[in-house]
Design a protein around this ligand. Structure first.
Ligand code: S3P
Length: 167
């Protein structure tokens, strides 16, 4: 089984993915890290030097090449990966792939992301917690359309990684 974890930045895709992959003895892959390897550049640098559209094309290309792999894996997507073009449809039509939306609330995401805004190209211009909260609320509303097309959803607020993995 190939498992794809998706959800907003800060929803725990990578932390959950690592623990889940160990629990079920699958390889763990993180799409952002795979892109960084392929491009020999950090995501922040890619956004700065080549722009978001270039990054979105790379996300899709690298996702497609990972999905050609015959072996099972747990893959954590970037927060925006499912939200461009027909990527969510593309994921859902793959055989043997389970997509799981890690759903976190606006307030939990704001608390988690507030201390990390400088490391994240999309939100680094937001300096106050109110602005961040506002941004996430609108963005999550837009992205929810795509995230909700995942085959399964797990609410992650107030749960430990262990609980999320067993769910
Ligand atoms: C993004 C999320 C990031 C990374 C990039 C864009 C997004 O990944 O792909 O900064 O559009 O939400 P994480 O969700 O793993 O932080």
């Amino acid at each position: 089984m190939k498992i794809i974890l998706l959800g907003y930045m800060g929803s725990g895709k990578s932390s959950v993915g690592k623990v889940l992959s160990e629990a079920i003895n699958h390889t763990f892959l993180d799409l952002d890290l795979e892109i960084e390897k392929n491009e020999s550049s950090s995501i922040t640098e890619l956004f700065q030097k080549k722009g978001e559209i270039y990054f979105r094309k790379k996300e899709r290309e690298v996702l497609e090449s990972i999905l050609k792999d015959e072996n099972d894996f747990v893959l954590s997507l970037g927060g925006g990966t499912p939200c461009f073009g027909d990527t969510m449809k593309f994921i859902n039509k793959q055989e043997g792939v389970l997509s799981v939306y890690l759903k976190a609330s606006n307030s939990a995401l704001t608390d988690r992301l507030y201390t990390e805004v400088d490391q994240r190209p999309l939100i680094k211009h937001l300096s106050s917690k109110e602005d961040l909260n506002d941004y996430i609320r609108k963005h999550l509303f837009e992205r929810g359309f795509y995230y909700n097309q995942a085959s399964q959803m797990v609410s992650v607020d107030d749960k430990t990684i262990k609980d999320i993995v067993s769910e």
